[in-house]
Design a protein around this ligand. Sequence first.
Ligand SMILES: NC(=O)C1=CN([C@@H]2O[C@H](COP(=O)(O)OP(=O)(O)OC[C@H]3O[C@@H](n4cnc5c(N)ncnc54)[C@H](OP(=O)(O)O)[C@@H]3O)[C@@H](O)[C@H]2O)C=CC1
Ligand SMILES: CC(C)(CO)C(=O)C(=O)O
Length: 292
Amino acid sequence: MWAKSGLDVTLLARGSHLDAIQTSGLTVKSIYGDSQVKIKAISDPEKMGEIDLVFFATKSWQLEEAIKSVAPHVSSTAMVMGIQNGVESADELAARFPASNVLGATCRIVSYIEAPGVIHHMGVPPTISFGELKGNLSDRVLQLQPQLNLGESLTVEASANIQSDIWQKFIFFAPVSGVGSVTRSPVGEFRKIPETRRLLQAAIEEVHTLSIAQKIPLPIDSVTNTLKFIDSMPVDMTSSMQRDFEDGRLSELEYLSGAVCKMGKRFGVETPANSFIYAALRPQEDKVRARY
Ligand SMILES: NC(=O)C1=CN([C@@H]2O[C@H](COP(=O)(O)OP(=O)(O)OC[C@H]3O[C@@H](n4cnc5c(N)ncnc54)[C@H](OP(=O)(O)O)[C@@H]3O)[C@@H](O)[C@H]2O)C=CC1
Ligand SMILES: CC(C)(CO)C(=O)C(=O)O
């Protein structure tokens, strides 16, 4: 989308996806119409050239390797951001890039790689919020936002509190992904069974307590609002993590329920609901991980 709008974009890709993009361009099948764009795609980060912004869009468990391969070829002034679900990618980036170059980001979309070189955008108006991790609306963020914002096809918002935005997604996404993956049921089913709803609510409350322990400014009524939001979701909604479990792929468990448990230990917050979810899902996750 950014390449189509005229920005100078280089895709770092690999395997059959790279081959297809190099041969036929990138095809996007979208709720807003289909399109195809010729875009510079390479596999070797050394050939990236001068970069102003590095945008990491790998799965969370691929981020470390991607950072390692890209970081040596990025100038000391380039901005970097990652849109991984979870709350840890900015810290991972800040461990390898100058911390002041790292911006926080979160995204909303339902999309997947349908075939090499073909992205299917199935639903949800695509939105990226990004901003300074310290919370101010800096000049660089205000300058970048209009360049990245494409309106309906990709709304990009500058956020004055990106940590809060990232956690507002996390407080809904980690519990919904966990409960959906354990129950193998879409949200419309598990939210209406009182026992399962109690597990969901407990998992949400734990994330809320963790946000307080880490001084992340979430609204006081976040638990109620999150449940209301979950109640408004389409009955057949499933999370990407749940679909990964159902299809036998490696999931982002460690970065969702797993991260809640890990932060719970670190900040002295009890997380029995998320720990149950994590423990129940680990056997399959470990089996799949052994294949990678
Ligand atoms: N898809 C969605 O609807 C949403 C996704 N997210 C989050 O966005 C992140 C990305 O998700 P998604 O787009 O679905 O993931 P995908 O697996 O569909 O895409 C990631 C791509 O990155 C490639 N990749 C990974 N590591 C490297 C590397 N070192 N060099 C080159 N290419 C690499 C992968 O290649 P390969 O296949 O070879 O590994 C793959 O093509 C996740 O954290 C997800 O939770 C958030 C909101 C919605
Ligand atoms: C919640 C949703 C569907 C939309 O952003 C998502 O992030 C995912 O399933 O990975």
